[in-house]
Design a protein around this ligand. Structure first.
Ligand SMILES: [Cu+2]
Length: 371
């Protein structure tokens, strides 16, 4: 409580200083006028200690509550992580993300299981959220609309952004949470090339496992190594009751996940990558969930060419066949597909290659190499 109060004072002080400097009216982030950056300083002065937040004396246990599923429609999109189109406005790439609940098919009928429709919180009705793909040096504006029942925000994970664009809304350090029905505009320049992602920064242990994340890829200004296939894959876990689709945020110990997805699908519904013999393949792993996944590739050793978006110098590149992708981490690996055949890549925590304890499932994908 004391920490929360101090934070409240800190935030109020920051707000007052900002107001004194007269910077907030023009600063990016205003939520009432989509497309016009500006801060939310008209909002309440206290910190995160509202009755519903974790700062109160009565701390609700979020693990007890499934994601509300009343009236949640099935997604109309069938594929997650699709490249997000943008509008070019005065040389700014403008993207729109709408946070909203959808039921997401993570697995069609499999063995004794029915179709598994998880109740998710999505961006634009996709799990994972759409891929934002830009070029180093681009000016980017992302308009977030909140159609969730709860407040939310977006944090740009690993991306160097101005402090007031960092999305930390719980605790409310860099912005106030974006309430249901409101919008908030993020704007920044993509300084670094690499593999990043975006995710909610409100009630994170509930909202991120509910689905609120997506990839953020920045291409280098000067193109690097040419590859035949550049595949981004987000690793996530779910706790879903197969019969009802009731979905709980999956946390260690409290409620073990029973489904595991690569780009929103559990094997055998995961994608099969198709490449030609001799092609160079880059796979960008993003640990979007709460568990570490040692991803193992059959058939080919690979090099780790980037960690958390930063390139690894040639001489320091490890040759591996397994890379442990922990929560929040990114690894870019590259290999040459030099042998024909269908090779698999999978998590080596073997519970993670099951669907509700039935094998084979979860974090497996196939790479088909043809001549
Ligand atoms: Cu795993």
């Amino acid at each position: 409580m004391r920490i929360t109060l101090r934070l409240g004072i800190f935030v109020a002080t920051v707000l007052m200083l900002g107001a004194a400097a007269g910077t907030f009216a023009q600063a990016p982030g205003h939520r009432s006028t989509p497309g016009t950056p500006g801060m939310q300083m008209e909002e309440k002065k206290e910190g995160p200690a509202s009755e519903e937040s974790h700062g109160g004396m009565e701390m609700p246990d979020p693990m007890e509550r499934p994601i509300p599923d009343d009236g949640v429609p099935r997604a109309t999109e069938t594929k997650g992580g699709q490249p997000l189109p943008f509008k070019l406005v005065n040389r700014v790439k403008v993207f729109e993300l709408t946070a909203k609940p959808v039921k997401w098919l993570i697995l069609p009928k499999f063995k004794s299981l029915p179709e598994i429709w998880a109740t998710t919180w999505s961006y634009n009705g996709q799990i994972p959220g759409p891929m934002i793909r830009v070029t180093q040096g681009d000016r980017i504006r992302v308009i977030l609309k909140n159609e969730l029942p709860d407040p939310t925000s977006i944090h740009w994970h690993g991306v160097r952004v101005p402090n007031n664009m960092d999305g930390v809304a719980e605790p409310a350090i860099t912005q106030q949470p974006v309430k249901p029905g409101e919008t908030f505009t993020y704007e920044f320049t993509a300084k670094d090339a690499g593999t990043f992602f975006y995710h909610s920064h409100v009630e994170t242990d509930r909202q991120i496992p509910a689905g609120l994340s997506g990839s953020f890829i920045v291409e280098p200004r000067r193109p690097g190594t040419r590859v035949g296939l550049d595949y981004t894959v987000m690793l996530q876990e779910w706790r879903v009751k197969p019969e009802t689709g009731k979905t709980w945020p999956a946390m260690p110990a409290m409620s073990e996940p029973n489904f595991f997805t690569l780009n929103g699908k559990a094997f055998p519904a995961t994608e099969t990558l198709e490449v030609k013999k001799g092609q160079r393949v880059r796979i960008r792993f993003i640990g979007a969930g709460q568990f570490a996944h040692p991803m193992h590739l059959h058939g080919f050793p690979f090099k780790i060419v980037a960690t958390d978006g930063f390139p690894v110098p040639e001489a320091a590149r490890l040759t591996k066949d397994t890379v442990n992708v922990a929560p929040g981490e990114r690894y870019d690996i590259e290999f040459v597909a030099e042998e024909e055949g269908t090779w698999i890549m999978h998590c080596h925590v073997l519970h993670h290659v099951t669907n509700d304890d039935l094998e084979p499932g979860g974090l497996i994908l196939a790479i088909k190499v043809s001549g």
